[in-house]
Design a protein around this ligand. Structure first.
Ligand code: URA
Length: 238
């Protein structure tokens, strides 16, 4: 059983004392304890409807110019955009996007799910649209990056400008656009792939993560809830 007071404090990001204050005067109208199977549960307190969750997942359209972190001494942080979400203090980003990369960044309160989605041996495909300084060379059969890393490139194709996702910034000097799908999330992986193919990434947007696609109408900085069933991580190979 969950204590209603604790659930309220977690969901609203307030202290237990503030939650107690909200509950005062509601005695007898709301249960003190909530069975886990009834969550998410809508309660009405002082005429205000509050949806209580035990876990929460969302996709953020990460804008350019913020790091994938909860706090940072130098840069703006992506966490700023999800402070109004339920259970905001418990949300963690699923993997990382670079400072200047835009696009789909998943957040969850479920640590075990996060671990499965980011496990180096799982293969959740990530698709990106890239603006390039020049067209890239063809992919060799066995691409090896300078540090020896072998990226798992599932798809790489030129992209007509008319098909570029609106979430990809259009920097001046972009001479080509490409769509690339990789299984994995190594450091600067997409930028390093294009560099090794003789090009240079001027802007990068993650347009999907597994089966989850970045909606074209989700503006940079906005988020929407995600149902866990929308992203099924493949089993970790043994
Ligand atoms: N690959 C990159 O190079 N940068 C990102 O932000 C994500 C993937």
């Amino acid at each position: 059983m969950h204590s209603l007071e604790k659930l309220l404090a977690r969901n609203l990001g307030c202290s237990r004392v503030e939650a107690q204050r909200l509950l005062a005067g509601e005695a007898g109208k709301v249960p003190a304890e909530v069975p886990p199977e009834t969550l998410p549960l809508c309660v009405t307190l002082a005429g205000r409807q509050i949806l209580l969750h035990d876990s929460f997942h969302l996709m953020l359209h990460k804008p350019s110019g913020c790091v994938t972190a909860l706090a940072d001494g130098r840069h703006a942080v992506a966490a700023t955009y999800v402070t109004k979400a339920p259970l905001a203090a418990e949300l963690r980003p699923v993997g990382r996007l670079d400072l200047d990369t835009t696009g789909l960044l998943l957040w969850t309160t479920d640590g075990a799910w996060l671990h499965r989605l980011t496990h180096p041996r799982t293969t959740v495909p990530r698709r990106y649209h890239a603006a390039l300084a020049r067209p890239h060379r063809a992919m060799p059969a066995n691409l090896v990056l300078r540090d020896g890393h072998r990226p798992r490139v599932l798809d790489l194709r030129p992209l007509p400008e008319s098909q570029v996702h609106p979430g990809l910034p259009r920097p001046p000097g972009a001479e080509a656009f490409a769509a690339i799908t990789i299984a994995g999330g190594a450091y600067h992986e997409v930028r390093r792939i294009f560099a090794s193919l003789g090009s240079h990434v001027l802007a990068l947007c993650r347009v999907s993560f597994g089966a989850l696609a970045l909606p074209e109408d989700l503006e940079p900085g906005q988020w929407r809830p995600v149902n866990k069933a929308e992203v099924q991580p493949p089993p970790v190979p043994t």
